[in-house]
Design a protein around this ligand. Structure first.
Ligand code: NAD
Length: 368
């Protein structure tokens, strides 16, 4: 069987810095676990614009469609702020998401015990938290027609349309149920079926998919506003939450911040299964290119490293190795290692991006 293939697009700003640390981990897996990835690299964002006049070339797009998974750093920066909209760095990322048809956005909210004090919630509410929000990413109110600002009599009217087809709901529901089977086996679906027809359809279709294909998974339904309250009150009641594009945008940001710094948050965007059964997949940290700290060795590489752990689990079926990597991250944090974004405790001085990466590799080594 051929090696699993990975396209690395480090991008701009701190993207290449955090990706260097992921490369150390990939190399470690090759040397010590006999897990060799066919790694190719490409340009995305501002660096691609500088080299080719476009934020993503057709060749890189084609390569992204071929590989088992894409791992992206970050794009953008002040240097590119005044570019025409059509060639802005973010357009490269949007093109990848659109052409790969990545309809399920996975945002974990995981709280490492050592960082529980970073949350704005009480420690016992968040310590050990591990939930996954699955947000529908390619339809709903951000894409529905009609849309626009029109004139009605003397005033302007802003219009957006929430629109979901049965198949769009069914496929993201399947993603959530599949994930739940690899985790705590529970899905909570959130919508506003009390006031929105699209919510009624959402609830019906999720229930139908559940009954037909996933009756072994526990399913519950919640109105999205009640879900927001429950996320703040007792988030540990959830395992996988599945919801639409708009509610998912809000709920995943709120849930992510339960756990502290932007430098810690990974994400995955998954599409339909390919011929080999693996989903089309793009993994990336939630943070941007952080131009304020780029080039200074201050970036926290953990969000990007945890994004790679998600790739191990969801693209490569290497759940045990993903557990090993997540445990290594947990252990360095328990030892008190902190990059500058995680400082807060007295008497702790920060480690650099590469020191954090090296420490995680050392923990992997110690796990053997
Ligand atoms: P940002 O996420 O880059 O930074 C916000 C703040 O968090 C900054 O103070 C930064 O220093 C800090 N931060 C972010 N990641 C960190 C890390 N790994 N370690 C330590 N600190 C970290 O958001 P922004 O400042 O709003 O945007 C900067 C650029 O990034 C813009 O050009 C924006 O368009 C782009 N952006 C890209 C993506 C992406 O590539 N997916 C996402 C968001 C923003």
């Amino acid at each position: 069987m051929s090696n699993p293939s990975l396209l690395i697009l480090a991008g701009d700003g701190i993207g290449p810095e955090v990706m260097t640390e992921v490369r150390k981990i990939i190399d470690w897996y090759g040397a010590k676990r006999d897990v060799t990835f066919d790694v190719s690299e490409g340009l995305v964002g501002g660096c691609s614009y500088d080299a080719h006049g476009t934020p993503l070339t057709d060749e890189t797009m084609a390569r992204a469609q071929e590989v088992d998974a894409v791992l992206l750093g970050a794009v953008g920066g002040p240097k590119y702020d005044n570019l025409d909209f059509s060639v802005k760095p973010e357009r490269g990322l949007l093109r990848l998401r659109k052409e790969m048809d990545l309809y399920a956005n996975l945002r974990p909210a995981q709280c490492f015990d050592a960082l529980a004090d970073f949350s704005s919630l009480k420690k016992d509410v968040v310590a050990g938290l591990d939930i996954m929000i699955v947000r529908e990413l390619t339809s709903g109110i951000y894409f529905g027609e009609p849309r626009g600002i029109i004139k009605e009599g003397n005033e302007r009217v802003g219009i957006n349309t929430q629109r979901y087809t049965e198949s769009e709901i069914a496929r993201v529901a399947r993603s959530a149920f599949e994930l739940a089977r690899k985790r705590g086996n529970k899905v909570c679906s959130m919508e506003k079926a009390n006031v929105m027809e699209s919510g009624i359809l959402w609830r019906d279709v999720v229930t139908e998919v559940h009954q037909a294909e996933y009756s072994d998974v526990e399913l519950s339904h919640m109105y999205a506003d009640a879900g927001a309250m429950q996320l703040c009150r007792w988030p540990k009641q959830f395992d996988v939450i599945v919801t639409d594009n708009l509610f998912g945008d809000l709920l995943s940001d709120a849930a992510a911040m339960l756990t502290g710094s932007l430098g810690m948050l990974p994400s995955a965007s998954l599409g339909a299964p390919m011929e080999n059964g693996r989903p089309k997949a793009l993994y990336e940290p939630v943070h941007g290119s952080a131009p304020d700290i780029a080039g200074q060795g201050k970036a926290n590489p953990i969000a990007c490293i945890l994004s790679f752990a998600m790739a191990l689990r969801y693209s490569f079926d290497m759940g045990t190795e993903a557990d090993r990597l997540e445990k290594a991250v947990e252990d360095v944090l328990a030892d008190g290692l902190r990059t500058a974004d995680l400082l807060g405790e007295e008497g702790v001085s920060p480690v650099s991006t590469s020191e954090m990466g090296d420490a995680i590799v050392a923990k992997l080594e110690a796990s053997l």
